[in-house]
Design a binder for this molecule. Structure first.
Ligand code: ASP
Ligand code: MG
Length: 400
């Protein structure tokens, strides 16, 4: 039998200082015992990425994306080398690689590249020679142009899950600065509870609607390849965290899993005339990593009614692009909203939900959409904090 293989991923906060890097190395030594092998994926130390994004903006207001990728991939590479050194100091045989060196092949979209495949040969060979292989997260290479690419902000989670799928790892562990996934953000809601278990589908909806704990593309990949993910705190790694595994079973009665939210969104109700293709618009948004939280369209004769919500900061760039793509864009309604997503199952079967939510939120409620596995609720921004409290209180006990 081949030795067991564990993928571990550590976020930037878990590796923010020399001391933290040493703690992580020590923890790896205590958990990965021969013949078990580990591939350890790292993010850039602390707030490196944010700081260098800001620095680049000081040099150029709109820096070339290729150069941004050259710049930002350095953060993960430095952390990987430092962790490999710390592991050697712990007496483990370790080596670090960039995404490009181990054949993480992507498309050519700088700043938000998609993984096409991972060659994995060099990685497998290295695992024969070294017990621990450290990989710089969030990066790959376009095999055609040989250019280095990044997978989008927070993309190291994606590297870890993609490697777990390629190598058919026995375990995939993600270490964060929080103890797992909660029924709401524990920093905002003190009664939020840790979820010991979450289905792949619920994890996809949660991470896609603003929960910071797992990258949404990583959640989607885990669901597609059915990879169990163990989320733990790097500060208290032996505490039980959250396991993401299994599919959501359809249930007769509504079942609440968790509440998540996004602030500073704008809701646009648009009428487009002469717009041949919505597809280029959606492709353009995706290439920017700018997926609308709500997105619905309706054709009325030769016009298209498009309703969507997206980050307030990107609203003008989006309107500009739409105006170029379509002959005429009429903005019928533009609202600043705070958007909540309640994730669970069986919501569309409840007769009382609509009434419960409208009474609960009163005048603050701006929009409401109930689907089987998710309820999306837009409220006035000034009512965001209070609505979060009310929704969590109502939903964590009963969903009527
Ligand atoms: N360092 C990158 C970022 O901050 C990638 C990551 O942390 O996963 O976006
Ligand atoms: Mg980071």
């Amino acid at each position: 039998m081949p030795p067991a293989l564990v993928i571990q991923k550590y976020g930037g906060t878990s590796l923010a200082t020399v001391e933290r890097i040493q703690q992580v190395a020590h923890y790896i030594r205590s958990t990965i015992r021969p013949p078990t092998q580990a591939v350890v994926v790292v993010s850039a130390m602390g707030s490196f990425t944010d700081e260098w994004v800001a620095l680049a903006a000081d040099v150029h207001p709109n820096p070339p994306q290729r150069e941004m990728d050259m710049l930002l991939t350095a953060g993960e590479r430095m952390t990987a080398a430092l962790l490999a050194m710390a592991l050697e100091k712990e007496g483990l045989h370790a080596i670090s690689f960039t995404g490009s060196q181990i054949g993480i092949l992507t498309d050519s979209t700088h700043g938000n590249a998609k993984i096409h495949r991972i060659l994995g040969d060099r990685l497998r060979k290295s695992l024969e020679a070294y017990q621990i292989v450290v990989i710089a997260g969030f990066q790959g290479v376009d095999p055609q142009t040989k250019e280095v690419t990044t997978l989008g902000r927070g993309g190291s989670d994606l590297t870890a899950v993609a490697l777990a799928a390629t190598l058919r790892a026995d375990r995939c562990e993600i270490y964060k600065d929080v103890e797992g996934i909660y029924t709401a953000d524990p920093r905002a809601i003190s009664s939020a509870r840790r979820l010991p278990h979450l289905s792949w589908e619920s994890a996809c909806i949660l991470s896609g609607s603003g929960a910071q704990v797992l990258h949404d593309r990583a959640a989607n990949l885990a669901c597609k390849y059915e990879i169990p993910i163990h989320i733990h705190s790097s500060l208290a790694p032996s505490q039980p965290g959250t396991v993401i595994e299994g599919h959501t079973r359809p249930m007769e009665t509504p079942h609440f899993v968790a509440l998540t939210d996004k602030k500073d969104l704008v809701y646009l109700d648009l009428m487009l005339t002469g717009c041949g293709a919505i597809q280029p618009i959606y492709e353009w948004l995706c290439s920017r990593g700018d997926i609308p939280q709500l997105w619905s369209l309706r054709r009325i004769d030769d016009q298209i009614e498009l309703q969507l919500s997206l980050e307030l900061a990107h609203a003008s760039a989006y309107m500009e692009f739409l105006t170029i793509q379509c002959k005429k864009v009429e903005c019928k309604r533009k609202l600043s909203i705070h958007l909540f997503s309640i994730v669970g199952t069986g919501f569309s079967q409840s007769h009382t939900l609509l009434e419960t939510i409208t009474i609960l939120l009163g005048e603050a409620l701006l929009l409401l959409e109930i689907q089987h596995g998710v309820i999306q609720i837009g409220v006035k921004p000034e009512s965001g904090e209070e609505s979060r409290e009310r929704l969590h209180r109502a939903f964590s006990w009963s969903v009527g």
